[in-house]
Ligand binder design. Structure first.
Ligand code: AR6
Length: 172
């Protein structure tokens, strides 16, 4: 199935999973993370808190992903992933971002999901240049979808400008 790009609030989407652009602590934050926690209600924070720490204060290292229920959200699950902070591009940012998409898709498959929406991971507070992030997202997701045609991926942007950037990355 083709990858779709939309402009929407990801918290309103009725899908098997929506993706949270989280931080390693997984206890909420600003941007899409804050919006998801507000819409999901306090049970999401409790579920995140219950996830094991792999280092003090770290429940999800950069590039990895963790899954919880969606609680009050219309989405059944939230897959939390931690994008890289942009430090100029020569600190492994592209590979870490690729791992975010790949690990998230692996969790979706493991939980039998078929529909998922991603926000523009790392493109807000974490400062990743949007066109570069969009290229990584599209290339990685295309790779992931080569072997399956039963997963419907939506790239959920929060502005028309961001939608244009992601749409360009999808153009042949
Ligand atoms: N629906 C869809 N996209 C959204 C929404 C929404 N409701 N709200 C914001 N965006 P950011 P990051 C877009 O900063 O760069 C948090 O504090 C936003 O316009 O949320 O990965 C975490 O706790 C932007 O295009 O995530 C981390 O500390 C995109 O989502 C840190 O920010 C990502 O922006 C993660 O930074």
């Amino acid at each position: 199935m083709p990858i779709k790009v939309i402009t929407a609030d990801i918290t309103g989407l009725h899908l098997d999973a929506i993706v949270n652009a989280a931080n390693p602590g997984l206890l909420g934050g600003g941007g899409v993370d804050g919006a998801i926690h507000r819409a999901a209600g306090p049970a999401l924070l409790q579920a995140c808190h219950a996830l094991p720490e792999c280092a003090p204060g770290v429940r999800c290292p950069t590039g990895e992903a963790r899954i919880t229920l969606g609680f009050a959200l219309p989405a059944r699950h939230v897959i939390h992933t931690v994008g890289p902070i942009w430090h100029g591009g020569d600190h492994g940012e592209a590979l870490l971002l690729k791992h975010c998409y790949r690990n998230t898709m692996r969790l979706l498959r493991e939980h039998g999901g078929h529909t998922i929406a991603f926000p523009a991971i790392s493109c807000g507070v974490y400062g990743y240049p949007a066109a570069l992030a969009a290229a990584v997202a599209v290339a990685t997701l295309r790779d992931e979808l080569v072997a399956t045609d039963d997963i419907d991926v939506t790239l959920c942007c929060f502005s028309e400008g961001m939608q244009t950037v992601f749409q360009r990355a999808l153009a042949p």
